[in-house]
Write a protein of this length. Structure first.
Lengths: 537, 222
């Protein structure tokens, strides 16, 4: 074990935080501006970037070269073009993580070498790897990735004195991501039972609703479409975020943006009244999208809402009273209030870091696979090998066969996602298995095994039962970016401000690659896939 | 590390075939904890633990299927009194149980005039009355379970009368498909009832379809 300092990082869509274990305490690292660092990078010129609060303050002057909410693009091949240089989401994330590490180093006066970074529970493998990559680019070793709800549970468990068994539901609504996770807490053991979520749903959507409201009203009253005005949109976006926060405390507030535009008739100002009720009406459909996921998770955990001992709220968006009301209404339980939704994830990450560095008593975390892993069979059918909510580490095998006579090789495509059509899911890798004994179609028996070890590394192996030929591959951590959900491809070429004008519907679109026919099939006569397990055969 | 060589899922998990799902989950969690690779430092131990963990996971899935397919009376309901559904004079035995490990029947009733057999009891913790005090805020609730109830009783209302004459009607209920019963919760902490106000003579009133009503007294003692 290295002697270097290890910190916990909550890399968020809107805000990030870093925490560490100091003595017997877990503390949030404070910098000159406070405890949270806005996840914003503003490029001044080639050599100077502003990060955090200074970037936020500077954003209005520099909207084209300011990047926000980069977390939404982790694991996609989006490119940010700034000053003729190209940045990937990982590059931008690395700049923010580097700043957090610098703050932590200044705080303790020592070098920080390792970090535990949190990710949304629903993040797929590509998104997780992009986060690890960002950490590496920031010059630190990412000791482990843990999920945000697990971190929140660690923070919650840490404050409890008695080690009685309890079941908690973590409702995590951040700036750009939503997760719901059910965990069982026992003395020294955190067991995730089930998780669900949407990695593109969050507080940003609420801001967007207010932006839409302002733009629409301005268009109606003044006949001017503000969407084409980058600077005006930047101001509106900032104001919308402020209004959202204000409406958590107040029943009514005023949207005031002086000098929004200037034309031949002079300058125009925005001064609209908005009530909390109006705001609640706007965000209702976004919040109600989270409710079925809560119940799906309960169902997957084999629990009823009455079995939940505590409901824990995580993420800035859960400070909205309406969000709390909806949760209480559906779960019949008042959410637990003694935990800071903005800070508990970073604190939990620091606790995990403290466990690693043996400063804190050992706890074991058993996480689950958030989205199914499988391969494609027949005509683009996703055949799941490791199902969602499978406890990790995990190993599972299935028997497949060939589709053509005398086929000697198959290509094994590895997908992650919930769609029934393989090509609509995220592709993680493609491997060629050769050396199958020449047999008529549907005769060979090929066992494909997926294994995820304790570090989250996916290993795929294939074995032909007749020839005895075996091959295995480790799915590369750098990811596989051949195809992406089309949503991202659509977004790729629109610049940032334009994109903020698009309302964020969660439609996952098809990749229309014709002739995507698999050469893999399930054995004949098996309505249900043959599942084998080596130990219990 | 202790190695298990058997293939019988119940033997792998070290439990009897008659356990309840809850007991199964508990035994499984204990083994998951014990054999988690993070508990071991050397690579060979980690590897062995991981292999063992896969075996435990698989045994758990099999055992769960087996237990689920057994009739429900096998497990958690063995202590419960049952009455026959008599077509002419329907009656039911209602039992209020309270226990700390060993079941203690507080009160039992024969109720006539109810269309279907039913009884109520506590299974979950393992009495009908559960109190929990943890953390900073006290959490107190009562719950009762009515089994084999005629599904036409859609309009079921439960009223709890405390020893101080307060009436509590804030109820969340659910139908438990696994046990085939209705469970009614009364969240006393929402009404500010604290631990000390819980002891004494209680009454629970059960209204069926707004017409039929039964009233059952019971006592909670320290």
């Amino acid at each position: 074990m290295g002697n270097g300092n290890i910190v916990g990082i909550d890399f968020g869509t809107t805000n990030s935080a870093v925490a560490l274990v100091a003595g017997n305490e877990v503390v949030i690292v404070t910098n000159n501006y406070g405890r949270l660092t806005p996840s914003i990078v503003s490029f001044v010129d080639d050599n100077e970037q502003l990060i955090g609060f200074s970037a936020k303050n500077y954003a209005a002057l520099n909207p084209e070269r300011t990047i926000r909410s980069v977390k939404r693009y982790m694991g996609t091949d989006k490119v940010f073009k700034i000053n003729n240089r190209e940045y990937t989401p990982s590059d931008i994330a690395a700049i923010i993580i580097k700043k957090l590490i610098d703050d932590a180093q200044e705080y303790i006066g020592e070098k920080v070498e390792e970090a535990i970074i949190t990710v949304p529970a629903y993040y797929n493998d590509i998104q997780r790897n992009a986060t690890i990559k960002a950490g590496k680019k920031a010059g630190i070793k990412v000791e482990r990735i843990i999920t945000e709800p697990t971190a929140a549970a660690l923070a919650y468990g840490f404050t409890r004195t008695q080690g009685e068994e309890s079941t908690i539901l973590v409702y995590d609504l951040g700036g750009g991501t939503f997760d719901v996770t059910i965990l069982k807490l026992q003395e020294g053991f955190f067991k995730v039972l089930a998780t669900d979520g949407d990695s593109r749903l969050g507080g940003d959507d609420f801001d967007q609703k207010i932006v839409d409201f302002i733009v629409k009203r301005f268009q109606n009253e003044e006949g001017v479409d503000l969407r084409t005005n980058t600077l005006a949109m930047q101001k509106i976006l900032e104001t919308s975020e402020k209004i959202k926060i204000e409406l958590s405390d107040r029943k009514t507030t005023e949207i005031m943006i002086p000098f929004i535009i200037a034309d031949s008739n002079g300058t125009k100002n925005i001064n609209y009244k908005i009530t909390r009720v109006q705001f609640e009406e706007m965000i209702k459909d976004v919040i109600s999208r989270t409710v079925p996921m809560v119940f799906n998770t309960l169902n997957a955990a084999g629990l009823e809402k009455e079995d939940i001992d505590r409901v824990i709220l995580v993420g800035g968006s859960t400070k909205i009273p309406f969000v709390q009301k909806i949760i209480e209404m559906h779960l019949g339980k008042t959410p637990y209030k003694n935990i800071n939704p903005d800070e508990c994830v970073a604190l939990g990450a620091a606790i995990a870091a403290g466990i690693k560095s043996q400063q804190i008593k050992k706890s074991i975390i058993r996480d689950v696979l958030p989205q199914p892993l499988g391969t494609d069979i027949d005509d683009d059918v996703m055949d799941v090998i490791l199902d969602r909510n499978t406890p990790l580490p995990a190993r599972h095998s299935k028997i497949y066969t060939t589709t053509e006579d005398f086929q000697t090789e198959i290509s094994i495509m590895i997908y992650q996602g919930t769609s029934k059509n393989a090509s609509e899911n995220q592709i993680l890798g493609e491997y060629m298995f050769s050396g199958i004994e020449k047999k008529p179609a549907k005769v060979p028996s090929i066992e494909i095994t997926f294994k995820i070890d304790v570090n989250g590394i996916l290993n795929v192996s294939a074995k032909d039962h007749d020839s005895g030929k075996e091959m295995d591959w480790t799915v590369k951590r750098d990811g596989f970016t051949k195809s992406l959900p089309e949503e991202d491809n659509n977004r790729k070429n629109t610049d940032f401000v334009e994109r903020t004008g698009i309302s964020n519907n969660d439609t996952r679109m098809r990749i229309t690659e014709s002739g995507n026919k698999s050469n893999l099939s399930l054995p004949p006569g098996s309505n249900f896939p043959t599942t084998t397990n080596r130990e219990l055969q | 590390m202790k190695k298990k060589t058997t293939d019988n899922p119940f033997e792998v998990l070290g439990i009897a075939k008659t356990v309840t799902l809850k007991e199964l989950d508990r035994a499984y969690a204990q083994l998951e904890f014990t054999y988690h690779p993070d508990n071991y430092s050397s690579e060979s131990e980690k590897f062995e633990a991981e292999e063992m963990l896969y075996k435990i996971d698989c045994a758990y899935r099999s055992a769960k299927e087996i237990i689920k397919s057994e009739p429900v009376e096998q497990g958690i309901f063995k202590n419960i009194l049952k009455t026959e559904d008599k077509p002419v004079t329907p009656k039911a035995e209602v039992v209020i149980e309270r226990s700390g490990g060993k079941a203690e029947i507080l009160k039992s009733y024969i109720c006539e005039g109810i269309r279907k057999k039913f009884f109520f009891f506590g299974e979950k913790y393992p009495s009908g009355i559960r109190t929990e005090f943890s953390g900073s805020d006290d959490e107190v609730y009562l719950y009762l379970k009515i089994k084999n109830i005629d599904r036409t009783f859609f309009d079921l209302r439960i009223e709890w009368i405390s020893p101080f004459g307060e009436s509590f009607q804030y109820i969340t209920n659910r139908f438990d498909q696994f046990t085939g019963s209705f469970i009614f919760y009364c969240w006393l902490d929402l009404f500010g009832v604290k631990k000390n106000n819980l002891y004494g003579n209680w009454k629970v009133k059960i209204y069926f379809n707004q017409k039929e009503k039964i009233e059952l007294p019971f006592k909670i003692s320290q």
